[in-house]
Design a protein around this ligand. Structure first.
Ligand code: SF4
Length: 363
């Protein structure tokens, strides 16, 4: 299979592992930011192939996992309204709120629909002018361009019965929050290649400089990740910091200017709460005043909906690399993919679901 097999070759993987074994002289703790990377590590057993001096911890890069519980409660409150068609990517439907989740709202008669693009939601609004169509706009910098485009298209084409429940988050402020937290253990990052495909990696350079840390922009296939780990370890062993680009087949330093311009036309940076992590200043996108009419929070007056997180779920510690999923007392017992207590067990990018699925398959 062209363009996949090239990044899964066993001989090349062994070569990187051997180079890594020769280079590493002492313990290092690395964080892969993206949940997709976590799943590749677990699925291919790469975590067990690394030298014992290299510890991987898992980062906050799972959009479903970091969406605050109060946003789920707001989504549920909006989706219950009879005039609303609530649209979302499928992963969000099973994420627990404090009471219901969106799937239960659907089961009890709410018009909740899975879409594959926010533009599909705009199209639904066009077809149903007598209804209100809301799209749950979650995610990192990767989903922001399409969501911005949907809002822009709705405005330009006069689709006034469309709005977005916006819960966008940004990677660089989360990295800084992790690095500046007391007791931080992360010494190097594998940055998420798809985020950098959109945004480039200029934003990471001041972080690498300030915290004197190596950051390697890395893809998602096994060889991408092994090379990423190798490059971070080489930099650490040689006392170097800075940003390197392992994913050069896709990522350019300045990113995708067209996508960035679309995002910046519709969104501006705002403060954001992260599920399990808490409030991080300037860590998300909100609609600019010119597009404020498309904000579902004000349209449906759900700003007052506030919620506390499930005290038993330690998702925040996992998303900051402080604990691993099996260290949660509910892991695999009270919390499973069929009966999740927290978002990391629901999402296809969640660390808890990765450990549950792949570690169980191994045993
Ligand atoms: S195992 Fe479940 S309860 Fe524990 S941290 Fe993961 S999602 Fe939360």
């Amino acid at each position: 299979m062209k363009y996949v097999d090239e990044y899964r070759g066993e001989a090349e993987a062994k070569r990187f592992l051997e180079l890594l074994r020769r280079k590493v002289t002492r313990p290092w703790t690395l964080m892969e930011i993206c949940g997709g990377q976590t799943h590749t590590f677990m699925k291919f057993g790469l975590d067990r192939m690394l030298p014992e001096q290299v510890t991987l911890v898992h980062g906050p890069g799972c959009p479903v996992c970091v969406t605050p519980v109060e946003m789920i409660d707001r989504a549920v409150a909006i989706a219950r309204r009879p005039e609303v068609i609530f649209t979302s990517f499928g992963d969000m439907l099973r994420v627990p709120g404090t009471g219901d989740d969106l799937l239960r709202v659907k089961a009890s008669g709410g018009d909740v629909r899975v879409v594959y693009s926010p533009l599909d939601a705009v199209e639904l609004a066009r077809k149903h002018p007598d209804r209100q169509v809301v799209f749950f706009a979650v995610g990192f910098e990767t989903t922001a361009p399409a969501n911005a485009m949907a809002v822009r298209v709705a405005k330009l084409s006069g689709v006034a019965n469309f709005s977005v429940l916006c819960s966008h988050v940004l990677v660089p402020p989360a990295m800084e929050a992790i690095l500046s937290a007391p007791g931080n253990v992360v010494q190097g990052f594998l940055a998420a290649g798809h985020v950098c495909t959109v945004m480039g990696f200029e934003e990471y350079e001041p972080i690498a400089e300030k915290y004197r840390i190596p950051i390697v922009v890395t893809g998602f296939e096994p060889l991408d990740l092994l090379e990423g780990v190798y490059r971070v370890v080489v930099a650490l062993e040689e006392g170097r910091h800075g940003v390197e680009n392992q994913y050069a087949r896709t990522v350019q330093r300045e990113g995708n200017r067209h996508a960035i311009e679309t995002v910046h036309e519709v969104f501006e940076v705002g403060d954001r709460a992260w599920r399990g992590v808490g409030f991080i200043p300037a860590s998300g996108y909100k609609l600019r005043p010119a597009y404020a009419a498309f904000d579902a929070v004000t349209r449906f007056d759900v700003e007052s909906v506030r919620a506390d997180e499930n005290a038993e779920c330690i998702a925040g510690l996992i998303l900051q690399g402080r604990k691993k999923p099996p260290e949660c007392s509910a892991f695999g017992t009270r919390c499973t993919p069929d009966h999740p207590l927290g978002a990391p067990m629901v999402s296809t990018e969640g660390a808890c679901s990765a450990y549950f699925s792949y570690a169980r398959a191994r045993s």
